[in-house]
Design a protein around this ligand. Structure first.
Ligand SMILES: Cc1ncc(COP(=O)(O)O)c(C=O)c1O
Length: 384
């Protein structure tokens, strides 16, 4: 299979990490330390000045009036759904091929996830299957279609134009799960401003990641922003101690906001570097394996780079032998997770096929040219 077998043991220095946060940290280390020290000095660990500074910068970056920093991407989805007043009896349409948190957030507020298949080329929610899923829910008459929650898979924005039109016809809200895509864009819209409400994640390996858990909700609605601010802090309004709604402990720590302010100083540059790696992979691998199609005018945040091929186990063995990081994102489609077994059943063939054939390659801004070439060579050798 492989024309160029490698020694079974690869020296630590020669390994290529799937992600490499330590390299990135070396670039910004002094700045991160200085910003963290400033937090230790002022001591406002909850909702300190760094949190509002970060919120202002995130909102400006995305071109929306409001960004509200919260405790994680999943909490951002859950709090956003709470702010929209979603609950039992409501249907929320999610792609079947994504990370578990998308449907998990829907179940957390006792609404019902309805799984929608994805497009085989972009791997994002398929608008035609969304139409079918909505019609099925209406015909069954048990749930009220309320929200469409597309995911920007691997960092590539979903087709918000088509999805927005379908949602509008049914008086539904589009809530973007942009956990993987902050920094992405399509045409003149940036992620965070492509739907009436969006949620992102600052999990450490995300394109904009902190050193713990974190997330944000972005919206152009003053009302939703106010509801989210209240809900993330026990349902209290402002600094008062009266709960006007039942909320959660869902704030971003000030220390994490300090880290993110530092990361933001290099974020644009890192997005360009990620994109350069992805386009080199595309150029070398297109036609040999399946690659994610980027519609014209779209810019992915390139959180994860994923190819498809029939015999991914052989490629995995080759990558492992050469010390090259890899992962299956995602190995199981969401409707096949035991946690979501009660969701209404529908055919989801593309999601199931992707789950059987995907394998993700190293992707981070600090990959060297030589490392990218080694990854490409390993894939080409393995696929013959
Ligand atoms: C598509 C998607 N949605 C939601 C989440 C949840 O984000 P977090 O890990 O910050 O809770 C993730 C995180 O990996 C994700 O990839």
């Amino acid at each position: 299979m492989a024309s160029n077998p490698q020694p079974a043991v690869v020296a630590a220095n020669d390994r290529i990490g799937f992600f490499d946060l330590q390299r990135q940290q070396r670039r910004i280390h002094d700045d991160v330390r200085a910003r963290m020290d400033a937090v230790l000095v002022h001591g406002q660990f909850i909702l300190g000045p760094e949190v509002s500074e970060l919120e202002g910068k995130l909102a400006a970056f995305a071109g929306v009036p409001h960004a509200i920093a919260v405790s994680s991407g999943r909490d951002a989805l859950m709090i956003g759904l709470m702010a929209l007043g979603i609950g039992p009896g409501d249907a929320v349409f999610v792609p079947a091929f994504t990370f578990a948190a998308t449907a998990g957030a829907v179940c957390s507020i006792n609404a019902t996830p309805i799984f929608v298949d994805v497009d085989p080329e972009t791997r994002n929610m398929d608008p035609a299957d969304l139409e079918r899923a909505i019609d099925e829910v209406i015909a069954a008459g048990e749930l009220k279609p309320r929200v469409v929650m597309p995911v920007d898979l691997y960092g590539l924005p979903a087709d918000y134009e088509a999805i927005g039109k379908i949602a509008a016809r049914h008086d539904m809200t589009v809530f973007s799960d942009a956990a993987q895509s902050f920094g992405g864009r399509a045409g003149n819209s940036r992620v965070g401003g492509m739907a009436p409400i969006s949620a992102t994640s600052f999990y450490p390996t995300k394109p904009l990641g902190c050193y713990g858990d974190g997330g944000a909700i972005l919206t152009d609605s003053d009302e939703l922003a106010e509801a989210v601010r209240t809900l993330r802090s026990h349902g209290r309004q402002g600094t008062g101690d009266v709960a006007v709604r039942n909320g959660v402990t869902g704030r971003l720590d000030t220390l994490q906001a300090a880290v993110l302010l530092s990361k933001l100083t290099v974020f644009e540059d890192e997005l360009e570097k990620r994109d350069a790696v992805a386009r080199r992979y595309d150029a070398a691998l297109a036609g040999k394996v399946g690659i994610q199609k980027q519609p014209s005018g779209y810019f992915s945040a390139n959180a994860i780079y994923t190819i498809t091929l029939p015999n991914r186990e052989a490629l995995k063995a080759e990558l492992d032998a050469r010390g090259i990081g890899n992962a299956f994102f995602y190995r199981v489609a969401l409707h096949q997770h035991p946690a979501f077994a009660e969701a209404p059943k529908r055919p989801l063939p593309v999601s199931e096929r992707l789950a059987d054939t995907v394998i993700s390659l190293p992707m981070h801004p600090d990959l060297t040219d030589e490392e990218v070439e080694r990854v490409i060579a390993a894939v080409l050798d393995a696929v013959g």
